[in-house]
Write a protein that binds this ligand. Structure first.
Ligand SMILES: *Cc1c(COP(=O)(O)O)cnc(C)c1O
Length: 387
């Protein structure tokens, strides 16, 4: 018969890492953003890419309960997945619009495409004609990002032709800022001016220009609706300034083992790290197979929550299933197998963890794989449960 260790480990120890998502903080962040724009502006929520990797199935109901009625996804499949979670009073906009042949499915799933081209408009108009009734849509104009939306010439063509929007009820005219994370960038004002000019030539509809960072540029940028995503999930919408949002994500990695090595000893693939002093090395059970960026090797750090001042460098190359951390400076602390260190946490923001890997919080969050044990923290006053 096998004898178990002192205590059988909880399922949270069956994986190498634990991803804790604070749903109360998501709700609090929604309220912060909504209060920031005030009652004249609707605060929607971008929940594309599975709510930035955090689980749309858990995030969307929390936002709805916080009072959000307008959601943005990128694809039809993402919209279809969240539609059953929401009441009929909720609007789900599909940012990439209607791909050829998906119009009927969009309509059947109660989704509203963001029409980005004359071609998308024509196909949505055809569907409305077949359906024999007006269908809602958003219209996107290209105010200078050259990514999605109607060009100046497209807007002229629409304006010139009677019935070019026949059967289409525009719920929103929108565009997207390329440089909102740099408020002083001249492109912002140029885009705003272009947006106003293009919008004036389209049928009257509520207008939307700002996402998370644009929202913090002030009321000139709010129009009738804002569409924050990143800020809801705790990413700093005001880079270079204190983060006005509450942290949402904690990523913990467990120690598998520790060892002392002497000067000249190599650690990890490619012998990319060589100790220059007697060093204590902890091997943590999170790697790039968990979506933790390999580029953080040699740059990022971990934190033992009880010793927040010590930045424990991630040394050498990150492997698929593990990474190595130099814990020499806290070797007097308890570092038993199973001890969890923070890769993202109260003392180590998602933005700083991303920067160390040469990326942004958006990419780090959306890349965090499905391999972690996930814990959703939820206020007792809500009916939701942990799991
Ligand atoms: C992703 C996206 C958003 C949300 O952007 P954040 O920077 O995450 O707030 C809003 N609008 C559009 C068009 C987007 O693509």
């Amino acid at each position: 018969m096998l004898t178990a260790d002192p205590m059988p480990a909880a399922p949270s120890a069956w994986t190498g890492g634990i991803l804790t998502i604070d749903l109360d903080a998501v709700a609090a962040n929604y309220r912060i953003l909504r209060d920031r724009v005030g009652p004249r502006t609707i605060c929607g929520a971008a929940v594309k890419a599975d709510a930035y990797g955090l689980g749309a199935a858990r995030i969307v109901p929390v936002l709805a309960e916080a009072g959000c009625h307008t959601f943005f996804v990128a694809h039809l499949a993402e919209g279809a997945a969240i539609r059953p979670l929401l009441g009929t009073d909720a609007t789900i906009f599909v940012l990439n619009g209607a791909m050829p042949g998906t119009e009927a499915a969009l309509h059947e799933h109660g989704l509203v495409p963001v029409l980005n081209s004359l071609e998308q408009i024509a196909r949505w108009r055809d569907l409305a004609r077949q359906a024999g009734r007006d269908l809602p849509a958003a219209l996107q104009v290209d105010s200078g990002m050259s990514r999605f939306g109607l060009s100046d010439a497209d807007v002229d063509a629409l304006a010139a032709r009677d019935g070019s929007l026949a059967g289409i009820t525009p719920l929103l005219v929108m565009s997207h800022l390329a440089c909102a994370d740099e408020p002083a960038h001249p492109a912002n004002h140029a885009q705003r001016a272009a947006f106003l000019r293009l919008r004036a030539r389209l049928p009257a509809a509520p207008a939307s220009l700002a996402a998370s960072s644009g929202l913090f540029m002030g009321s000139d940028w709010h129009f009738d609706m804002v569409r924050p995503g990143a800020a809801l999930y705790g990413i700093n919408p005001t880079p270079g300034w204190p983060n006005p949002m509450q942290p949402v994500v904690r990523l913990q990695a467990r120690i598998v083992q520790t060892r002392w090595i002497g000067p000249g000893t190599a650690v990890g693939y490619g012998a990319a790290f060589i100790a220059d002093r007697p060093s204590r090395i902890a091997t943590l059970a999170v790697g790039y197979g968990d979506g933790f960026p390999r580029a953080a090797g040699g740059h990022g750090h971990a934190v033992l929550p009880e010793r927040p001042a010590a930045k424990l460098p991630i040394i050498g190359r990150i492997s698929m299933d593990c990474l190595a951390v130099d814990v020499t400076d806290i070797s007097d602390a308890p570092l038993d197998a199973g001890t969890a260190l923070d890769l993202i946490g109260p003392h180590h923001s998602i933005d700083s963890a991303a920067a160390a890997a040469g990326t942004i919080g958006y990419e780090l969050l959306t890349g965090l794989g499905a391999r972690y044990h996930r814990l959703y923290r939820d206020d007792r006053s809500r009916k939701g449960c942990n799991g």
